[in-house]
Design a binder for this molecule. Structure first.
Ligand SMILES: Cc1cc2nc3c(=O)[nH]c(=O)nc-3n(C[C@H](O)[C@H](O)[C@H](O)COP(=O)(O)OP(=O)(O)OC[C@H]3O[C@@H](n4cnc5c(N)ncnc54)[C@H](O)[C@@H]3O)c2cc1C
Length: 407
Protein backbone atom coordinates (compact mmCIF):
# COMPACT_ATOMS: atom_id res chain seq x y z
CA UNK A 1 0.00 0.00 0.00
CA UNK A 2 1.23 3.51 -0.92
CA UNK A 3 2.32 5.76 1.93
CA UNK A 4 2.69 9.46 2.38
CA UNK A 5 0.52 12.52 2.02
CA UNK A 6 -2.34 12.56 -0.47
CA UNK A 7 -3.49 16.09 -1.21
CA UNK A 8 -6.86 16.46 -2.91
CA UNK A 9 -7.60 19.79 -4.60
CA UNK A 10 -11.38 20.22 -4.74
CA UNK A 11 -14.01 19.59 -2.10
CA UNK A 12 -16.79 18.60 -4.49
CA UNK A 13 -18.16 15.29 -5.78
CA UNK A 14 -14.86 13.75 -6.87
CA UNK A 15 -12.61 15.13 -4.12
CA UNK A 16 -14.84 14.18 -1.21
CA UNK A 17 -15.43 10.66 -2.54
CA UNK A 18 -11.69 10.15 -3.03
CA UNK A 19 -10.87 11.11 0.58
CA UNK A 20 -13.45 8.80 2.17
CA UNK A 21 -12.67 5.95 -0.22
CA UNK A 22 -8.99 6.15 0.70
CA UNK A 23 -9.89 5.63 4.34
CA UNK A 24 -12.32 2.85 3.48
CA UNK A 25 -9.51 1.12 1.59
CA UNK A 26 -7.40 1.31 4.75
CA UNK A 27 -5.03 4.01 3.51
CA UNK A 28 -3.26 5.23 6.61
CA UNK A 29 -1.16 8.10 5.27
CA UNK A 30 -2.22 11.75 5.52
CA UNK A 31 -5.31 12.74 3.53
CA UNK A 32 -5.79 16.46 2.96
CA UNK A 33 -8.63 18.18 1.08
CA UNK A 34 -8.12 21.76 -0.07
CA UNK A 35 -11.26 23.49 -1.27
CA UNK A 36 -11.84 27.05 -2.44
CA UNK A 37 -15.46 26.66 -1.35
CA UNK A 38 -16.37 28.04 2.09
CA UNK A 39 -18.80 25.16 2.75
CA UNK A 40 -17.82 21.60 3.51
CA UNK A 41 -18.63 19.21 0.63
CA UNK A 42 -22.30 19.06 -0.31
CA UNK A 43 -24.61 17.32 -2.74
CA UNK A 44 -24.52 19.64 -5.75
CA UNK A 45 -27.50 18.10 -7.64
CA UNK A 46 -29.86 19.31 -4.87
CA UNK A 47 -28.99 22.90 -5.80
CA UNK A 48 -31.17 23.09 -8.91
CA UNK A 49 -33.93 20.92 -7.45
CA UNK A 50 -34.98 20.20 -3.84
CA UNK A 51 -32.80 22.81 -2.13
CA UNK A 52 -33.75 25.49 -4.64
CA UNK A 53 -37.44 24.75 -4.12
CA UNK A 54 -37.07 24.90 -0.34
CA UNK A 55 -37.96 21.21 0.08
CA UNK A 56 -34.58 20.36 1.61
CA UNK A 57 -32.81 22.52 4.15
CA UNK A 58 -29.11 23.32 4.19
CA UNK A 59 -28.21 20.84 6.93
CA UNK A 60 -29.38 18.00 4.64
CA UNK A 61 -27.27 18.90 1.63
CA UNK A 62 -23.89 18.22 3.24
CA UNK A 63 -22.31 14.91 2.29
CA UNK A 64 -20.98 14.24 5.81
CA UNK A 65 -21.36 15.59 9.33
CA UNK A 66 -18.64 18.06 10.25
CA UNK A 67 -16.97 15.78 12.79
CA UNK A 68 -16.84 12.89 10.33
CA UNK A 69 -13.76 14.45 8.68
CA UNK A 70 -11.92 14.56 12.00
CA UNK A 71 -13.03 11.05 12.89
CA UNK A 72 -11.74 9.72 9.55
CA UNK A 73 -8.51 11.66 9.87
CA UNK A 74 -9.26 13.77 6.80
CA UNK A 75 -7.84 17.28 7.03
CA UNK A 76 -10.37 19.63 5.45
CA UNK A 77 -9.18 23.10 4.48
CA UNK A 78 -12.08 25.28 3.30
CA UNK A 79 -11.99 28.77 1.72
CA UNK A 80 -8.49 27.91 0.54
CA UNK A 81 -7.56 28.34 -3.11
CA UNK A 82 -4.59 26.60 -4.68
CA UNK A 83 -2.90 29.08 -7.01
CA UNK A 84 0.24 27.23 -8.02
CA UNK A 85 1.50 23.68 -8.51
CA UNK A 86 4.78 22.04 -9.42
CA UNK A 87 5.09 18.40 -10.46
CA UNK A 88 8.87 18.29 -10.12
CA UNK A 89 8.92 19.87 -6.64
CA UNK A 90 5.71 18.07 -5.63
CA UNK A 91 4.35 21.25 -4.08
CA UNK A 92 1.22 23.36 -4.18
CA UNK A 93 1.07 27.08 -3.51
CA UNK A 94 -1.93 28.44 -1.67
CA UNK A 95 -3.46 31.88 -2.06
CA UNK A 96 -1.44 34.02 0.33
CA UNK A 97 1.82 32.30 -0.60
CA UNK A 98 2.00 29.27 1.72
CA UNK A 99 3.51 26.15 0.11
CA UNK A 100 2.53 22.58 0.95
CA UNK A 101 4.02 19.29 -0.15
CA UNK A 102 2.30 16.24 -1.56
CA UNK A 103 3.37 12.71 -2.34
CA UNK A 104 0.25 11.97 -4.36
CA UNK A 105 -2.01 14.63 -5.83
CA UNK A 106 -5.69 14.38 -6.76
CA UNK A 107 -7.23 17.14 -8.86
CA UNK A 108 -11.03 17.38 -8.95
CA UNK A 109 -11.52 21.09 -9.48
CA UNK A 110 -14.81 20.99 -11.39
CA UNK A 111 -15.86 23.91 -13.54
CA UNK A 112 -16.86 27.56 -13.54
CA UNK A 113 -20.17 28.67 -15.11
CA UNK A 114 -19.65 30.42 -18.43
CA UNK A 115 -20.75 33.98 -18.89
CA UNK A 116 -21.87 35.34 -22.24
CA UNK A 117 -20.35 38.36 -23.95
CA UNK A 118 -22.48 41.47 -23.55
CA UNK A 119 -24.33 40.32 -20.43
CA UNK A 120 -24.32 43.21 -17.94
CA UNK A 121 -22.66 42.68 -14.58
CA UNK A 122 -25.94 43.45 -12.80
CA UNK A 123 -26.97 42.49 -9.26
CA UNK A 124 -29.82 40.29 -10.49
CA UNK A 125 -27.80 38.23 -12.99
CA UNK A 126 -27.01 34.85 -11.43
CA UNK A 127 -25.04 31.73 -12.25
CA UNK A 128 -25.41 28.44 -10.39
CA UNK A 129 -22.60 26.23 -9.17
CA UNK A 130 -22.17 26.53 -5.41
CA UNK A 131 -24.40 26.23 -2.37
CA UNK A 132 -24.13 30.03 -1.91
CA UNK A 133 -25.21 30.53 -5.56
CA UNK A 134 -28.23 28.33 -4.94
CA UNK A 135 -29.10 30.16 -1.74
CA UNK A 136 -29.04 33.50 -3.58
CA UNK A 137 -31.06 32.04 -6.44
CA UNK A 138 -33.57 30.53 -4.03
CA UNK A 139 -34.24 33.98 -2.56
CA UNK A 140 -34.52 35.53 -6.02
CA UNK A 141 -36.93 32.81 -7.19
CA UNK A 142 -39.02 33.27 -4.06
CA UNK A 143 -39.32 37.01 -4.60
CA UNK A 144 -39.87 37.03 -8.37
CA UNK A 145 -42.78 36.53 -10.68
CA UNK A 146 -40.98 36.27 -14.03
CA UNK A 147 -37.45 34.87 -14.11
CA UNK A 148 -35.45 34.65 -17.34
CA UNK A 149 -33.33 31.55 -17.72
CA UNK A 150 -30.78 31.72 -20.51
CA UNK A 151 -29.79 28.25 -21.70
CA UNK A 152 -31.90 25.09 -21.68
CA UNK A 153 -29.25 22.53 -20.85
CA UNK A 154 -29.66 20.42 -17.70
CA UNK A 155 -29.13 23.23 -15.18
CA UNK A 156 -31.37 25.70 -17.05
CA UNK A 157 -34.08 23.11 -17.64
CA UNK A 158 -34.03 21.90 -14.01
CA UNK A 159 -34.17 25.44 -12.60
CA UNK A 160 -37.00 26.24 -15.05
CA UNK A 161 -38.90 23.18 -13.78
CA UNK A 162 -38.25 24.13 -10.13
CA UNK A 163 -39.33 27.76 -10.61
CA UNK A 164 -42.41 26.68 -12.56
CA UNK A 165 -43.29 24.20 -9.82
CA UNK A 166 -43.19 27.18 -7.44
CA UNK A 167 -45.71 28.94 -9.70
CA UNK A 168 -43.36 31.39 -11.43
CA UNK A 169 -43.91 32.62 -15.00
CA UNK A 170 -40.69 31.22 -16.42
CA UNK A 171 -39.15 32.55 -19.63
CA UNK A 172 -36.59 30.03 -20.92
CA UNK A 173 -34.46 31.11 -23.87
CA UNK A 174 -32.33 28.64 -25.80
CA UNK A 175 -30.12 29.51 -28.78
CA UNK A 176 -30.35 26.02 -30.31
CA UNK A 177 -33.56 25.02 -32.10
CA UNK A 178 -34.18 22.22 -29.57
CA UNK A 179 -33.46 22.21 -25.82
CA UNK A 180 -31.05 19.62 -24.38
CA UNK A 181 -30.22 18.45 -27.89
CA UNK A 182 -26.45 18.60 -27.33
CA UNK A 183 -26.70 16.06 -24.49
CA UNK A 184 -29.70 13.99 -25.53
CA UNK A 185 -30.17 14.46 -29.28
CA UNK A 186 -32.96 16.31 -31.08
CA UNK A 187 -35.71 13.71 -30.73
CA UNK A 188 -35.49 13.47 -26.94
CA UNK A 189 -34.86 17.23 -26.77
CA UNK A 190 -38.17 17.84 -28.55
CA UNK A 191 -39.94 15.70 -25.94
CA UNK A 192 -38.41 17.93 -23.25
CA UNK A 193 -39.58 21.04 -25.13
CA UNK A 194 -43.12 19.65 -25.03
CA UNK A 195 -42.83 18.74 -21.33
CA UNK A 196 -41.78 22.29 -20.40
CA UNK A 197 -44.46 23.89 -22.57
CA UNK A 198 -47.12 21.54 -21.15
CA UNK A 199 -46.13 22.79 -17.70
CA UNK A 200 -46.53 26.40 -18.78
CA UNK A 201 -42.90 27.44 -19.35
CA UNK A 202 -42.57 30.14 -22.00
CA UNK A 203 -39.83 28.36 -23.95
CA UNK A 204 -38.27 30.25 -26.84
CA UNK A 205 -35.83 28.28 -28.95
CA UNK A 206 -33.55 29.27 -31.81
CA UNK A 207 -33.20 32.76 -30.36
CA UNK A 208 -31.10 34.69 -27.91
CA UNK A 209 -31.00 37.89 -25.94
CA UNK A 210 -29.99 40.74 -28.23
CA UNK A 211 -30.34 43.68 -25.86
CA UNK A 212 -30.38 44.03 -22.10
CA UNK A 213 -32.52 46.70 -20.47
CA UNK A 214 -31.20 48.03 -17.15
CA UNK A 215 -33.07 49.78 -14.41
CA UNK A 216 -30.64 51.09 -11.82
CA UNK A 217 -28.25 48.20 -11.15
CA UNK A 218 -30.68 45.50 -12.28
CA UNK A 219 -31.80 43.91 -15.51
CA UNK A 220 -35.50 44.71 -15.94
CA UNK A 221 -36.08 43.49 -19.47
CA UNK A 222 -34.58 42.02 -22.61
CA UNK A 223 -35.07 42.18 -26.34
CA UNK A 224 -34.73 38.83 -28.08
CA UNK A 225 -33.12 38.33 -31.49
CA UNK A 226 -36.53 37.42 -32.93
CA UNK A 227 -37.83 40.87 -31.90
CA UNK A 228 -39.77 39.98 -28.74
CA UNK A 229 -39.49 42.41 -25.81
CA UNK A 230 -39.87 40.85 -22.38
CA UNK A 231 -39.94 42.19 -18.83
CA UNK A 232 -38.06 39.99 -16.36
CA UNK A 233 -37.29 40.07 -12.62
CA UNK A 234 -33.91 38.36 -12.71
CA UNK A 235 -31.66 36.37 -15.01
CA UNK A 236 -30.01 32.99 -14.57
CA UNK A 237 -27.21 32.34 -17.03
CA UNK A 238 -27.05 28.59 -17.54
CA UNK A 239 -24.86 28.20 -20.60
CA UNK A 240 -22.48 25.51 -19.46
CA UNK A 241 -19.18 25.46 -17.63
CA UNK A 242 -15.51 25.93 -18.38
CA UNK A 243 -13.55 23.12 -16.70
CA UNK A 244 -11.06 24.55 -14.17
CA UNK A 245 -7.79 23.64 -15.86
CA UNK A 246 -5.44 26.33 -14.51
CA UNK A 247 -3.54 23.95 -12.20
CA UNK A 248 -3.24 21.07 -14.71
CA UNK A 249 -1.91 23.55 -17.27
CA UNK A 250 0.64 24.89 -14.79
CA UNK A 251 1.75 21.33 -14.16
CA UNK A 252 2.01 20.59 -17.91
CA UNK A 253 -0.46 17.75 -17.62
CA UNK A 254 -1.80 16.55 -21.00
CA UNK A 255 -4.90 18.57 -21.98
CA UNK A 256 -7.36 17.04 -24.44
CA UNK A 257 -11.05 17.56 -25.26
CA UNK A 258 -11.50 20.25 -22.60
CA UNK A 259 -10.06 18.10 -19.84
CA UNK A 260 -6.96 16.42 -18.46
CA UNK A 261 -6.06 13.27 -20.36
CA UNK A 262 -5.88 10.36 -17.92
CA UNK A 263 -5.30 6.67 -18.45
CA UNK A 264 -7.65 3.85 -17.46
CA UNK A 265 -6.65 4.18 -13.79
CA UNK A 266 -7.36 7.96 -13.86
CA UNK A 267 -3.65 8.72 -13.55
CA UNK A 268 -2.55 11.77 -15.53
CA UNK A 269 1.13 11.76 -14.49
CA UNK A 270 3.32 9.95 -11.95
CA UNK A 271 1.45 10.26 -8.64
CA UNK A 272 -1.17 12.66 -10.08
CA UNK A 273 -4.79 11.56 -10.53
CA UNK A 274 -7.87 13.40 -11.82
CA UNK A 275 -11.61 12.99 -11.34
CA UNK A 276 -14.89 14.61 -12.28
CA UNK A 277 -15.63 17.38 -14.72
CA UNK A 278 -11.96 17.93 -15.61
CA UNK A 279 -11.12 14.26 -16.28
CA UNK A 280 -10.77 13.02 -19.86
CA UNK A 281 -10.67 9.37 -18.92
CA UNK A 282 -9.63 6.48 -21.14
CA UNK A 283 -12.60 4.24 -20.39
CA UNK A 284 -11.69 0.55 -20.45
CA UNK A 285 -15.17 -0.74 -21.32
CA UNK A 286 -16.10 1.91 -23.89
CA UNK A 287 -12.62 1.76 -25.40
CA UNK A 288 -12.18 5.52 -25.83
CA UNK A 289 -11.58 8.66 -23.80
CA UNK A 290 -14.64 10.40 -22.38
CA UNK A 291 -15.22 13.51 -20.27
CA UNK A 292 -18.51 13.58 -18.40
CA UNK A 293 -19.88 16.47 -16.34
CA UNK A 294 -22.08 14.46 -13.97
CA UNK A 295 -22.30 13.72 -10.27
CA UNK A 296 -22.12 9.92 -10.07
CA UNK A 297 -19.26 9.88 -12.54
CA UNK A 298 -17.26 12.34 -10.41
CA UNK A 299 -17.97 10.35 -7.24
CA UNK A 300 -17.24 7.01 -8.90
CA UNK A 301 -13.97 8.28 -10.32
CA UNK A 302 -13.00 9.62 -6.89
CA UNK A 303 -13.53 6.14 -5.47
CA UNK A 304 -11.78 4.55 -8.46
CA UNK A 305 -8.62 6.60 -8.16
CA UNK A 306 -8.55 5.92 -4.41
CA UNK A 307 -8.24 2.22 -5.26
CA UNK A 308 -5.33 3.01 -7.56
CA UNK A 309 -3.59 5.07 -4.88
CA UNK A 310 -4.15 2.51 -2.13
CA UNK A 311 -3.64 -0.73 -4.06
CA UNK A 312 -1.69 0.26 -7.18
CA UNK A 313 -3.04 1.38 -10.56
CA UNK A 314 -6.34 -0.33 -11.36
CA UNK A 315 -8.53 0.42 -14.40
CA UNK A 316 -11.70 2.28 -13.43
CA UNK A 317 -14.38 0.53 -15.46
CA UNK A 318 -17.73 1.71 -14.17
CA UNK A 319 -20.08 2.71 -16.97
CA UNK A 320 -21.04 6.42 -16.77
CA UNK A 321 -24.45 7.15 -15.26
CA UNK A 322 -26.43 10.33 -14.78
CA UNK A 323 -29.96 11.40 -14.08
CA UNK A 324 -32.09 14.52 -14.32
CA UNK A 325 -35.39 15.16 -12.53
CA UNK A 326 -37.74 17.71 -14.03
CA UNK A 327 -41.38 17.86 -12.81
CA UNK A 328 -42.50 14.23 -12.55
CA UNK A 329 -40.18 13.15 -15.36
CA UNK A 330 -37.21 11.08 -14.33
CA UNK A 331 -34.43 10.65 -16.87
CA UNK A 332 -31.58 8.21 -16.48
CA UNK A 333 -28.68 7.75 -18.86
CA UNK A 334 -26.10 5.02 -18.79
CA UNK A 335 -23.06 4.69 -21.02
CA UNK A 336 -21.82 7.27 -23.47
CA UNK A 337 -23.11 7.79 -27.01
CA UNK A 338 -21.99 10.09 -29.76
CA UNK A 339 -24.09 11.77 -32.46
CA UNK A 340 -23.52 9.13 -35.14
CA UNK A 341 -24.62 6.15 -33.04
CA UNK A 342 -27.71 4.32 -34.23
CA UNK A 343 -30.80 4.89 -32.02
CA UNK A 344 -33.28 2.10 -31.28
CA UNK A 345 -36.44 3.12 -29.41
CA UNK A 346 -38.35 0.93 -26.97
CA UNK A 347 -41.62 1.97 -25.33
CA UNK A 348 -43.98 4.86 -25.93
CA UNK A 349 -42.55 8.40 -26.22
CA UNK A 350 -46.11 9.84 -26.22
CA UNK A 351 -46.63 8.40 -22.73
CA UNK A 352 -43.17 9.62 -21.73
CA UNK A 353 -42.24 6.11 -20.68
CA UNK A 354 -39.58 4.79 -23.01
CA UNK A 355 -35.91 4.04 -23.51
CA UNK A 356 -33.51 4.65 -26.37
CA UNK A 357 -30.55 2.37 -27.02
CA UNK A 358 -27.59 3.85 -28.86
CA UNK A 359 -25.68 1.27 -30.87
CA UNK A 360 -22.18 1.45 -32.27
CA UNK A 361 -20.93 -1.38 -34.48
CA UNK A 362 -23.79 -3.52 -33.19
CA UNK A 363 -22.86 -3.00 -29.52
CA UNK A 364 -24.89 -0.99 -27.02
CA UNK A 365 -22.88 2.19 -26.22
CA UNK A 366 -25.58 3.90 -24.14
CA UNK A 367 -29.19 3.68 -22.97
CA UNK A 368 -31.41 6.63 -22.13
CA UNK A 369 -34.55 5.92 -20.09
CA UNK A 370 -37.43 8.24 -19.38
CA UNK A 371 -39.56 6.95 -16.50
CA UNK A 372 -38.30 3.47 -17.42
CA UNK A 373 -35.73 2.44 -14.82
CA UNK A 374 -36.01 -1.29 -15.46
CA UNK A 375 -34.97 -1.01 -19.10
CA UNK A 376 -32.13 1.33 -18.11
CA UNK A 377 -30.78 -1.18 -15.63
CA UNK A 378 -30.99 -4.02 -18.14
CA UNK A 379 -29.36 -1.74 -20.72
CA UNK A 380 -26.41 -1.17 -18.43
CA UNK A 381 -25.76 -4.91 -18.33
CA UNK A 382 -25.89 -5.02 -22.14
CA UNK A 383 -23.31 -2.21 -22.33
CA UNK A 384 -21.04 -4.03 -19.90
CA UNK A 385 -21.45 -7.36 -21.69
CA UNK A 386 -20.06 -5.99 -24.99
CA UNK A 387 -22.43 -8.47 -26.64
CA UNK A 388 -23.87 -7.93 -30.13
CA UNK A 389 -27.59 -7.40 -29.83
CA UNK A 390 -30.56 -7.89 -32.07
CA UNK A 391 -32.18 -4.51 -32.79
CA UNK A 392 -35.67 -5.92 -33.16
CA UNK A 393 -35.44 -7.62 -29.82
CA UNK A 394 -34.31 -4.38 -28.19
CA UNK A 395 -37.28 -2.51 -29.62
CA UNK A 396 -39.81 -5.19 -28.65
CA UNK A 397 -41.34 -4.31 -25.26
CA UNK A 398 -42.56 -7.91 -24.97
CA UNK A 399 -39.00 -9.18 -24.98
CA UNK A 400 -37.17 -9.71 -21.69
CA UNK A 401 -33.84 -7.93 -22.20
CA UNK A 402 -32.05 -10.30 -19.85
CA UNK A 403 -32.41 -12.95 -22.58
CA UNK A 404 -30.10 -10.88 -24.79
CA UNK A 405 -27.23 -11.19 -22.35
CA UNK A 406 -24.59 -13.80 -23.11
CA UNK A 407 -25.00 -16.93 -21.01
C1 LIG B 1 -26.83 22.99 -9.74
C2 LIG B 1 -26.25 21.72 -10.25
C3 LIG B 1 -27.06 20.58 -10.35
C4 LIG B 1 -26.55 19.39 -10.84
N1 LIG B 1 -27.37 18.31 -10.95
C5 LIG B 1 -26.88 17.16 -11.43
C6 LIG B 1 -27.74 16.01 -11.54
O1 LIG B 1 -28.94 16.05 -11.27
N2 LIG B 1 -27.21 14.87 -11.99
C7 LIG B 1 -25.90 14.78 -12.35
O2 LIG B 1 -25.47 13.71 -12.76
N3 LIG B 1 -25.05 15.83 -12.24
C8 LIG B 1 -25.51 17.03 -11.79
N4 LIG B 1 -24.68 18.12 -11.69
C9 LIG B 1 -23.27 18.00 -12.10
C10 LIG B 1 -22.37 17.53 -10.95
O3 LIG B 1 -22.68 18.21 -9.77
C11 LIG B 1 -20.90 17.74 -11.33
O4 LIG B 1 -20.62 17.00 -12.50
C12 LIG B 1 -19.98 17.31 -10.19
O5 LIG B 1 -20.17 18.11 -9.05
C13 LIG B 1 -18.52 17.37 -10.62
O6 LIG B 1 -17.70 17.03 -9.53
P1 LIG B 1 -16.21 17.60 -9.46
O7 LIG B 1 -15.58 17.00 -8.27
O8 LIG B 1 -15.56 17.46 -10.79
O9 LIG B 1 -16.43 19.18 -9.27
P2 LIG B 1 -17.20 19.99 -8.15
O10 LIG B 1 -18.21 19.17 -7.48
O11 LIG B 1 -17.62 21.25 -8.80
O12 LIG B 1 -16.06 20.34 -7.10
C14 LIG B 1 -14.98 21.16 -7.47
C15 LIG B 1 -14.35 21.68 -6.21
O13 LIG B 1 -13.07 22.22 -6.51
C16 LIG B 1 -12.90 23.45 -5.81
N5 LIG B 1 -11.83 24.17 -6.52
C17 LIG B 1 -11.79 24.53 -7.81
N6 LIG B 1 -10.61 25.13 -8.10
C18 LIG B 1 -9.89 25.15 -6.93
C19 LIG B 1 -8.59 25.61 -6.57
N7 LIG B 1 -7.78 26.18 -7.45
N8 LIG B 1 -8.19 25.47 -5.29
C20 LIG B 1 -9.00 24.87 -4.36
N9 LIG B 1 -10.23 24.39 -4.66
C21 LIG B 1 -10.67 24.53 -5.93
C22 LIG B 1 -14.27 24.05 -5.83
O14 LIG B 1 -14.42 25.04 -4.85
C23 LIG B 1 -15.12 22.81 -5.55
O15 LIG B 1 -15.15 22.55 -4.16
C24 LIG B 1 -25.18 19.32 -11.22
C25 LIG B 1 -24.36 20.46 -11.12
C26 LIG B 1 -24.89 21.66 -10.64
C27 LIG B 1 -24.00 22.87 -10.53
Amino acid sequence: MAKGRVVIVGGGGGGDAAAFALRKKGYDGEVVIISADGDRPYDRPYLSKEFLRGEVEQAKVYLHAEDEYTRQGIELNLSTRVTGASTSERTLTLEGGKTIKFDTLVLSTGGTPRRLPGVPDAENVFTLRSLRDSEALRQAVGACSRPLIVGAGFIGAEVAASARTLGKEVLLVEAAPVPLSRALGEDVGRIYAAIHRDHGVDLRTGTQVKQWQLDGGSVSGVMLADGGRESVDFVLLAVGIEPNLELPKMMNLPIDGGGVRAGESLRAAEGVYVAGDIAMHQHPVLGRAIRVEHWEVAKGQGRGLATSIADGDTPYAKVPYFWSDQYDVSLEYRGNASGDDHAVWRGNPDLRTFSVFYLRDGLVAAVLSMNDKETGEAGQKLIESRARVDEQALADIGKDLRELLPA
